[in-house]
Design a protein around this ligand. Sequence first.
Ligand code: TRP
Ligand code: SF4
Length: 330
Amino acid sequence: MKHRVFSGMRPTGRLHLGHLVGALDNWVRMQDTHECIFGIVDWHALTSEYQDVEKVHRNVVEIAIDWFAAGLDPEKSIVMIQSQVPQHAELHLLFSMIIPVPWLERVPTYKEQQQQLKDKDLSTYGFLGYPLLQAADILVYKADTVPVGEDQVSHIELCREVARRFNNFYGPVFPEPQAELTKAPKLPGTDGRKMSKSYGNEIQLSEDPNSVRQKVLTMVTDPARVRRNDPGNPDLCPVFDLHRVFSDEEAQKWAAEGCRTAGIGCIDCKKRLLEALIPVIEPLHTRRIALEKDIPGLKEILFEGSRKARVLAEQTLDEVRQAMRIKYTR
Ligand code: TRP
Ligand code: SF4
């Protein structure tokens, strides 16, 4: 039997190149080898954005455009909106009966996020339950494979513990899903720090090629290369990190040698990077423009994906209700 995949993203903003090489490219590939369900997890977004619900609403369509532009294909995968499949919430509620609060308090992202997002009150019940809702997202489809980044490992571990505890109490219903770690090359933003919306240093997937050119040409480089004939060290340069991800061997060799010997200037080096990067961005941009022309059609695809998801999720809930003795028949 084909392995079943679930993964999701929170609709909190537009996606950037880091999401593409860190997750989306991998999802697109998995569509041909796995049975995939991808969720726009708007309830998860609300755990931290509950004071800006309009933003979450808008970003559901935005993220769907980014996904389809990057190559997610509704003919191959189920693409759904979490809040349109209430079975996620029902399963979350039932899990909440059996999961001790300290299991959730111990998840490292809980305190980390509270520390990092000091301007938001994250002392809510829903925020504590974030990883439990995530476990419900995965287990409601009995997915066994969860492609995620390193930062999500503790959540998948919790998900496995939830499945185990449920199965111990009520009999075998759930698989214990595996995280499939995306070998994400770490992608620097234009200022050299990790590419992230919170730093404002990102290259968005929705950006037009000219603006990508602008950003790359003004990107920070190895600070040792002040003048054109100062040699540099590509290992200390964020532009070279992008070469590693997007350029072929030959271009990488050319850039590294030229940098160390001051044989090339940084502008030459960046132009060569753009030769590899623009062909990645350009088709995304073209597809985005087409998708934006038919938002009603795009929403229809999400509704249809959510409908298919409800059918699968309801099968699991039926078993769960039976196992927990809350299924009643006349
Ligand atoms: N927590 C994930 C993130 O921030 C998003 C997410 C929610 C998710 N539910 C999921 C990822 C289920 C994988 C599976 O990236
Ligand atoms: Fe960076 Fe290239 Fe300039 Fe070297 S030549 S510092 S790798 S941009």
